[in-house]
Write a protein that binds this ligand. Structure first.
Ligand SMILES: Cc1cc2nc3c(=O)[nH]c(=O)nc-3n(C[C@H](O)[C@H](O)[C@H](O)COP(=O)(O)OP(=O)(O)OC[C@H]3O[C@@H](n4cnc5c(N)ncnc54)[C@H](O)[C@@H]3O)c2cc1C
Ligand code: FES
Length: 278
């Protein structure tokens, strides 16, 4: 049973059925009891959602949203600012920001989790993924459904969550998401974002072209240069700089890597290779 959020055992099949998104959260201080204990979300795309955590001295209102496809934007500060503006507009009692962070959610093309036998695999390999931000509910469903499947018991949800299902209603989304992934491979032949390492400011990262390949270059605050190959070891897309998290993020299926190349997020299981010398 592979429950690694995005399956690390699968090269292609599952990754054509879901896409990785970065999501952003600000947590602001509010006076105790000034916001009722309710769960809220709105319906634009991307949407906003609101949660409340009670504390001994004050409550913390968490507001999330402003999602974008992983590795396809690098404007986290603007997204945090928009979340804060939205929060203060709807909750005038909002005090100072206590925390802010971003995370990754897997969005299946038809909105329902993928729980069951792994497509195109042996009979005894199961996955639970595609939570679309509803991992608490889907996690419980996965526990019940996968137990039944492994024990050979019938479960009425089997076909609903079957990772091999074809949902006619979502064919358009399926095609759009996969065209979007295919378009990312064009980066293999484009020039680098900067033409020389010297143009990268301290604390920043950029992709440069070196011969036939591309290199992910990060200059740390002390001016030291950290280089890795920019080619994602999962299926070969070119990673992009994420200045909010200081990671290299893959625009194809959401793998993420540290500045030293280590895997922070699957489906890749191998690190970014060492960069070839000039
Ligand atoms: C900001 C944010 C807010 C959210 N809010 C909500 C919410 O309000 N309600 C809700 O229901 N859901 C919410 N979600 C979604 C929910 O958190 C996830 O769907 C859920 O945590 C996914 O559970 P998981 O067990 O599939 O994956 P994870 O919790 O990510 O666990 C995967 C595990 O696999 C391990 N792993 C990964 N790769 C490997 C490997 N190669 N080898 C070995 N182990 C590996 C990881 O270390 C990790 O422990 C939110 C998500 C985010 C990012
Ligand atoms: S995550 Fe699939 S190519 Fe990078």
């Amino acid at each position: 049973m592979v429950a690694t959020n995005t399956p690390v055992n699968d090269l292609v099949a599952i990754h054509t059925k879901q896409a990785a998104y970065r999501t952003f959260v600000v947590a602001v201080r509010v006076a105790r009891g000034s916001v009722p204990q309710i769960l809220l979300w709105d319906t634009p795309d991307p949407y906003h959602y609101v949660r409340l955590q009670s504390g001994p001295d004050f409550d913390v209102l968490m507001v999330g949203g402003e999602d974008h496809k992983t590795g396809q934007e690098d404007d986290g500060e603007r997204r945090f600012a928009r979340l804060e503006e939205w929060t203060r507009r709807h909750f005038p009692q909002a005090g100072r920001i206590e925390y802010r962070w971003s995370g990754q959610v897997m969005e299946p093309v038809d909105g329902l989790a993928l729980i069951g036998r792994n497509p195109l695999d042996r009979d005894n390999v199961y996955v639970a993924t595609g939570d679309s931000g509803n991992g608490m509910t889907h996690g419980t469903i996965a526990g019940i459904l996968l137990t039944d499947l492994i024990a050979g018991r019938e479960n009425p949800w089997t076909s609903l969550y079957d990772p091999s299902r074809k949902t006619l209603g979502s064919l358009k989304e399926f095609a759009q998401e996969n065209l979007n992934v295919a378009a990312q491979y064009a980066d293999l032949v484009t020039p680098g974002e900067v033409d020389a390492v010297g143009r990268i400011a301290p604390g920043d990262g950029a992709i440069i072209r070196r011969g036939l390949s591309k290199v992910a270059v990060y200059r740390d605050e002390e001016g030291n240069i950290h280089e890795r190959s920019a080619i994602c070891p999962h299926l070969g897309c070119v990673v992009q700089w994420n200045s909010t998290e200081k990671t290299w993020d893959c625009p194809c299926h959401g793998s993420r890597f540290g500045i030293d190349g280590h895997v922070a997020n699957g489906p890749a299981i191998g690190e970014l290779q060492e960069a070839k010398a000039e």
